[in-house]
Structure formats: structure tokens, C-alpha cells
Design a binder for this molecule. Structure first.
Ligand SMILES: Cc1cc2nc3c(=O)[nH]c(=O)nc-3n(C[C@H](O)[C@H](O)[C@H](O)COP(=O)(O)OP(=O)(O)OC[C@H]3O[C@@H](n4cnc5c(N)ncnc54)[C@H](O)[C@@H]3O)c2cc1C
Length: 463
């Protein structure tokens, strides 16, 4: 049976689109494990939606389990495979099919890399607002399947808000095509949203129509020092109101984290004296550099006069922008200071972030084996990242840390995943943020779209 699958697929698609045996060693399941060959039964590289449909129909008919691979940058183990899995990668389906500047849309195949979409939009003075550290590898199909967020969600929303149309192939090979460029469509259920954030468990995304925005003509940014959490929340509302819709980022960094980000071994220097409890990096994207800069300076002066903020430093040049944003984005500086690391992307109500994170940090420091705790996040979205340095990789320590971080979330209606998804790593914690009835409905949806459970089996849910 095993060798037969490869032979059948070669016959179905042509041998050039099927990889098996020793050749799998040239492929990998995660960008951080490129040196480890792919452990899978085979890998197929479709060139068209029709190819994807033919492979899925075959796999469904023959009970072959399928794992989808995009850019393999996810952080929840969802592209891991075993020797029974057939991997489908859309890396050869990487065409930008159309950029319609007047409709402000871009129609792409799902294997196109995020950075290439951003670049194509930029060439037409347009913006694809989605942006995050893995943009050079992550593909549209993977990004939509994880409903990625990033740094500008406060202004433009998560990935799902940028999708106007989607083409998906179901487990049995049925092709659902809805590649409309329209923003409003209330003709029945919004089916595309079912597949966005489904981590490849309900269907394979093959093409998408993404919504573009006008590229901003001005950019302003500042670091602000704040001494208490209540003022972080007050200042957010003040800035959002004062910047009249142009506030595009509001990133919170706890003091001890900023210290590690801006003192050796980091080469970055601190933007402000390191004596405030919190630091906020604000950004505005607008249309008039001089007026927008003046408005930002005036707002920060007012905020300081009202006692909301204690200090501020402005970016005035390209090199200032680079310096300010590299501090926030270069999380490898922190990771490099840890023996072993564990990462979190939790969501919680904005007003509770200060107190709950204080409690979590105190609890973590009591766990034997925890060496460092770094906290920062997209606070305007209620999304906080924790990076925890620890002395070993044992399951016991990992679970102890998970219990401390995830423990408070159920009672306060938070989420164990703001951005990265559930995959395999967070499966056992899903019940902390979803009710039994919700999980039961998720299983019903999964069973109805993929009755043989061939797609990303064991990811998000165990059936
Ligand atoms: C350095 C770094 C920074 C990051 N920063 C952020 C951030 O700021 N915000 C954020 O939200 N995330 C972030 N991430 C994680 C983020 O979820 C992923 O980077 C990205 O969204 C996944 O895209 P990918 O193409 O790599 O998908 P993969 O990792 O290949 O796959 C992700 C999931 O989608 C499925 N899948 C892939 N392609 C398809 C398809 N065509 N159809 C159906 N299912 C498919 C896979 O099976 C898997 O379940 C970061 C990751 C890294 C490494």
C-alpha cells in the first residue's frame, strides 16, 4: 500500500510533482529545523487547484492522512509530520495573479510569500497592512490558516479582515471558489471565514483575494515611559482619540524586558532612561509628515501635563525608526539570553493585563527551573507575549509553566492563543477558553467537512 500511494500520485500528477524516499531529506517541517530531513511518506508539490483537488480526492478515497505545509513558520507544531503522512506544499503555487489598483485588491495563489505581496502592493503605492517577523517565509495559505495578527492589528485588523475572497479545496476534492473583490456580501453564510484560522483542518486554501489600503505618506513614532498600568490604558484611549484614526501601533514593553532588549549582549541603546515600569512604542501612519509629527508632539506634551506619561523620545529620521522598531522586533536578542525558552501569546481583557501579568510573573518566579520572564505585547489588542527562560526542556517543567500562564485565563474570559493558534502544542488547553458546547460544534463542523479526518489529523482537536 505504502509504495503504491507514491506510484498512484506520480501517475495522477506526473513524477516531477511528487517527492519520496531519500529526496525527502532536502525538505523540512519547520524553518527552525532545516537541517532535519522531512519525516513523511511523501511530499506533493501541486501546480494548480486542479492538482490539489485530484490529490485530496485520492487521499480521501484511500484514507491517506495529509499535512499542509506553507512557509513552516508556525509556533504550535502544526506542520510536524510522521512517516504515514503525505505532505502537500503549495510552494510552487506562488503567482500573484492580479493586482487591481482601482479596486485595491490583490489576487494571489496561496503559496506566495507575504513579503512578495507587500512588495507588489508597494510598487502601486498601496499597502498590505499585514506584517510580522516571519514575512520572508510565511505564505498566504499558512497566514490565513493561522489568521495571523502582527503589529498593526489595532488599525487594520487580523488577517481575516483583509480577505475578500477565497478558494478552498475540501477533503473530498470539491473546489469552493469565491474570489469576489467585493467588500459587502451578505448572501448567506460567510463560508470563507470558516477556513481562516482553521489551521488546515477543514480544507486547503488555494487562492485568495486580499484587500489593500492606500500606502501611508507619513510615519511618526515615539517611545513613552509610563509608571503605572492604569495610565497605559488611559493613554491608549487618549492617543486613539487624538490621532483621529491614524494610530497604527501601540506596543507595550515591561521595564525588565526593555532592559534586556537594550543592554549588552544587545547592541541597541535604550530610547529612554530605564527607570519606568512600562514603555509604550506608538506609531501613526498618516498623510502629512509635518502636521502629523506636530500633532504627535502636542499630544505627548498634553499627556505629560496630565500625568499620564512620564517621559517620551521621538523618532525623527529613518535611522531613528529603524532603531526604535528593531528594539521591539528583535526578540532573538532575548531568546539568545536563555538556556531553554518557552513562548506564549495569550489574550486577556485590556484592563486586567497589568494585574494579571504581575500575578503570573510572581508565580513564575516561584517555579523552580524558571530563570527569566520577559513580557511585552500588542496591548491595544489585549495580546501579550511572554518569553520564559528555563533550565531544561522537561515535560514536567513545561507543563508547570503552562499551568501558571494559562491558569488565570478561564476565569477572566481570556484566550490561550491570541495569534499563533492551537496546533498540537496547545490542544490540551483549548478547553480553558472554549466551552464544551463550542468544542462539540467545532467537532461537528470538522466531521461534516472532513468525515474521514484526513486533513491535519490531530491538530486543534482530537476526534
Ligand atoms: C519570527 C516569527 C515571528 C512571528 N510573528 C508573528 C506575529 O507577529 N503574529 C502572528 O500572528 N504570527 C506570528 N508568527 C507565527 C505565524 O502564525 C506564522 O508565521 C504564519 O502565520 C504561518 O504561515 P506559514 O506559511 O509559515 O504557515 P505554516 O507554518 O506552514 O502552517 C501554519 C498552519 O497552516 C496550515 N496551512 C499551511 N498552508 C495551508 C493552506 N494553503 N491551506 C490550508 N492550511 C494551510 C498548516 O498545516 C498549519 O496548520 C511568527 C512566526 C515566526 C517564526
Amino acid at each position: 500500500m505504502a509504495g503504491q500511494v507514491i506510484k498512484d500520485l506520480e501517475q495522477l500528477l506526473g513524477a516531477a510533482k511528487v517527492v519520496s524516499g531519500e529526496a525527502l531529506n532536502d525538505h523540512y517541517d519547520h524553518i527552525w529545523r532545516m537541517d532535519v530531513g522531512l519525516n513523511a511518506h511523501g511530499l506533493v508539490l501541486p501546480r494548480s487547484t486542479a492538482d490539489v483537488s485530484a490529490v485530496l480526492k485520492y487521499c480521501n478515497d484511500h484514507d491517506v492522512s495529509v499535512v499542509m505545509h506553507g512557509g513552516r513558520t508556525n509556533l504550535v507544531g502544526s506542520t510536524e509530520t510522521d512517516e504515514k503522512d503525505l505532505v502537500i506544499s503549495l510552494e510552487k503555487m506562488n503567482a500573484i495573479e492580479e493586482l487591481d489598483a482601482d479596486s485595491r485588491t490583490i489576487t494571489v495563489q496561496a503559496g506566495v510569500i507575504l513579503e512578495n505581496v507587500q512588495q507588489a502592493a508597494k510598487e502601486q503605492a498601496l499597502l498590505l497592512p499585514l506584517n510580522f517577523g516571519a514575512k520572508g517565509s510565511a505564505q498566504v495559505g499558512g497566514i490565513l490558516s493561522t489568521n495571523a495578527g502582527g503589529l498593526r492589528v489595532i488599525r487594520y485588523g487580523m488577517a481575516r479582515e483583509l480577505v475578500l475572497g477565497l478558494e478552498v479545496v475540501l477533503a473530498d476534492g470539491t473546489v469552493l471558489t469565491n474570489l469576489k473583490k467585493i467588500i459587502k456580501d451578505n448572501s448567506g453564510y460567510d463560508l470563507k471565514q470558516l477556513f481562516i484560522g482553521a489551521e488546515g483542518t477543514l480544507g486547503v486554501i488555494t487562492r485568495a483575494v486580499l484587500r489593500l489600503r492606500e500606502a501611508p505618506r507619513s510615519r511618526t513614532s515615539a517611545y513613552v515611559g509610563i509608571d503605572d498600568y492604569a495610565s497605559v490604558v488611559r493613554f491608549l484611549r487618549f492617543m486613539d482619540a487624538g490621532m483621529a484614526g491614524t494610530l497604527s501601533a501601540y506596543e507595550l514593553i515591561w521595564k525588565s524586558t526593555l532592559v534586556s532588549m537594550t543592554t549588552p549582549p544587545s547592541s541597541a541603546k535604550p530610547p529612554l532612561p530605564l527607570d519606568h515600569a512600562y514603555y509604550v512604542l506608538v506609531e501613526g501612519l498618516g498623510s502629512d509628515q509635518t502636521a502629523d509629527q506636530a500633532r504627535l508632539e502636542q499630544l505627548l506634551e498634553e499627556a505629560m501635563a496630565e500625568g499620564m506619561i512620564a517621559d517620551a523620545a521621538f523618532a525623527f529620521s529613518e535611522s531613528d525608526f529603524e532603531w526604535f522598531w528593531k528594539i521591539r522586533e528583535d526578540v532573538h536578542v532575548i531568546v539568545s539570553q536563555m538556556k531553554h525558552d518557552q513562548h506564549f501569546d495569550i489574550s486577556l481583557p485590556i484592563t486586567l493585563i497589568g494585574s494579571v501579568l504581575d500575578e503570573i510573573t510572581v508565580e513564575l518566579e516561584r517555579v523552580g527551573g524558571v530563570e527569566q520572564v520577559f513580557v511585552f505585547g500588542h496591548v491595544a489588542d489585549g495580546n501579550i507575549h511572554l518569553m520564559i527562560g528555563k533550565e531544561n526542556e522537561s515535560d514536567a517543567l513545561r507543563e508547570q509553566i503552562n499551568d501558571v500562564v494559562y491558569g488565570p485565563l478561564k476565569a477572566i474570559n481570556g484566550s490561550v492563543s491570541a495569534e499563533h493558534g492551537i496546533g498540537v502544542h496547545k490542544k490540551q488547553y483549548l478547553r480553558l477558553c472554549r466551552t464544551d458546547a463550542e468544542i462539540a460544534l467545532m467537532k461537528t463542523v470538522k466531521r461534516s467537512l472532513d468525515p474521514k479526518n484526513i486533513l491535519n489529523r490531530g491538530k486543534i482537536l482530537d476526534l
